[in-house]
Design a protein around this ligand. Sequence first.
Ligand SMILES: CC(=O)[C@@H](O)[C@H](O)COP(=O)(O)O
Ligand SMILES: NCC(=O)COP(=O)(O)O
Length: 253
Amino acid sequence: MIELGVNIDHVATVRQARRTWEPDPVWAAVEAHLGGADGITVHLREDRRHIQDEDVRRLRELTHIKLNLEMAATDEMVGIACALKPEMAMLVPEGRHEVTTEGGLDIVSQESRLRGVVARLADSGIVTSVFIDAELPQVEAARRIGARVCEIHTGPYAHAFHARGRDAESPPVVAELARIRAAGEAILACGMRFNAGHALNYFNVQAVARLAGVRELHIGHAIVSRAMFVGMREAVREMKRLIREAAAAGPAK
Ligand SMILES: CC(=O)[C@@H](O)[C@H](O)COP(=O)(O)O
Ligand SMILES: NCC(=O)COP(=O)(O)O
């Protein structure tokens, strides 16, 4: 079964637009769970533009939902993770001016520092995932620093899919998907867990869910957007159904 981690960052984005108390991301997490989410993802950004420290603390205190904490590989964030002990911490690159994460973490250029971060997290019982581009040197570096999970950045595939009018057969879309597939095969060959995420939505998710060996998809913006119209439980149910159907169809020939 492919698990769905629902990213609730943008529930907090709406709340922070007014610096008020609603909508509550913890409530959204519970609704997502009731809709069938297998876990919750939050990205505690250094600039705290959406999710706040208190949200993560309340998620841990008030729910028993598996938590994937996305974070920059900084001392501050590692300290927060070690105190809150999410089931998984995903290391991501952060740019202060980006609208959302623009690329994968460059592990190759900072291997020794990141090896220390992974070791600190492991000492607190936290599994480390790394958000990387679909590039074999990054996969190999992820293994060397001791990451147990790689989440492949699906943004380039999603953007190609959108730019090509949702034509799954168009060469750029096929090429991006092939890159994710090759990275996934390398991740599995290294004995790591193969996850994927970023900019997945109700139109583009099925091709990714059909990739052999993919274990978890992390999806936020599309689900939160749909939840505005149909409610969080239904938005999650619909996404789970698409993923289930695609996985049942098996890898594309
Ligand atoms: C790492 C990733 O692909 C996303 O989870 C993204 O970083 C979420 O953060 P924002 O919601 O701030 O875009
Ligand atoms: N790691 C990807 C994630 O959590 C969700 O990203 P998006 O669906 O909001 O682009």
